[in-house]
Write a new protein. Sequence first.
Length: 56
Amino acid sequence: MANKTDLGMGLVGLIFFAIGLVNFLQGDGWVVWAILGVICGGVGAARKLMAGKSDR
């Protein structure tokens, strides 16, 4: 399982993705938040978290 120190900057990317999702649901601009999530490594962090949960 991935711990907090393994996630690093990816955790910030996940936060940007969450903000983008909230803005998408509200009908506001969400594309910039999604791009920031990718740039900050949110995709890699999500993959690490998902892989860690399936290893149990």
